[in-house]
Design a protein around this ligand. Sequence first.
Ligand code: NAD
Ligand code: GLY
Length: 371
Amino acid sequence: MVEKIKVKLGQGKDYDISVGSGIIKDINIIIQPLKLGDSIFIITDSKVAKLYLDKLVSILKKGNYKEIRTGIIPDGEKYKNFDSYKNLLGKLVEYNKKPNKIFIINLGGGVIGDLGGFVAHTFKRGTKYVQIPTTLLAFVDSGIGGKVGIDFNDTKNIVGGFCQPAVVIGDIDFLETLDKKEIQSALAEVVKYGVIHSEKLLNFLGENIEKVFNFDKDVLLKIVTESYKIKADIVRQDEFDTKGIRVSLNYGHTIGHAIEAASKYRYKHGQAVAVGILCANDIAVKLGLLKKEVADKIENIILKIGLPDKITGCNINNIMKHFWSDKKFITGKNRFVFIKDIGRVIIKEDIDEKLIREIIRKRISKNNLYK
Ligand code: NAD
Ligand code: GLY
């Protein structure tokens, strides 16, 4: 079964997300009507390349393209950098010496999606690209919405832009080889969607966690599809994150990002976001915005997934240093996404630093609770 979700942006930028099991075999049928070009440059990382590149190339070869070339970077966040960007651009400039119309396919997780999307955004002032997510995080979050970029001088995502893909092809079979920790971490983003937008999704996740880890395709498809629908709707309303709508996707990320950076990325993104969600809720409860029982319900689901409710090995001053370098604090004041209830988001600025410190401190443990 293939589910199709439309990301409606207007100005010729609408695109489809196709999700299903085994749909990669239909890639030519999906992309050829889009007339993206006659030559393909596949961007991927070394781990994904070993698993899936040959398969993808052999399917694409049946599509009679003039040429297919690849740019493979080592796997890992530290390669979402300027050197990889330069390396890929170098290959593209060489490829471009032929009279071909090149388009890009990003095959991989969020690192490849962001880096490859940024290459596409800047090569020849914009080159069409196809997003093929292979991690759960890339499925539910990074693979759609067009935020592209690289890390620079130890600052995450500091160089980038907005560039929407021409199409997203999500074959959930790719997730079968993914590490359990990657699945677990990405589920923090699904919790986020549930909390900010859909109690139904949150409850469904809470009731089906075992099935997710047992790779139940129906459950995975439902979770991925519902997450896509929520993100697609938010991006449709606020593509460039300027209207105070897309910022809701930052729920749990204000403190989460600071924890991630302060731990020197020992905590995976989703693990840090899980604690960030709990801290945001703790603050909201303290401010009288949120009922404690709602915060407890969310905490129970986070624990059921196996995500941490506390952090270890991080110093509060270091967390606060990273907290204040959040690029979303545009006015110099801090800015939080809170909920008043499930599905009811409220944005608040200028929260008392003493309160923030007090809340984070309570979530720092001296014991190594999470391995
Ligand atoms: P990732 O791309 O590094 O992938 C994680 C690991 O899984 C890598 O080692 C990768 O090689 C491996 N992998 C990928 N697919 C696999 C598969 N099918 N089977 C086995 N292994 C596989 O990390 P990620 O968690 O997917 O993404 C994190 C990145 O996404 C960060 O750089 C973050 O900034 C970015 N991000 C971007 C957005 C956005 O809106 N653009 C949103 C959230 C996160
Ligand atoms: N991942 C946050 C966003 O796309 O806005």
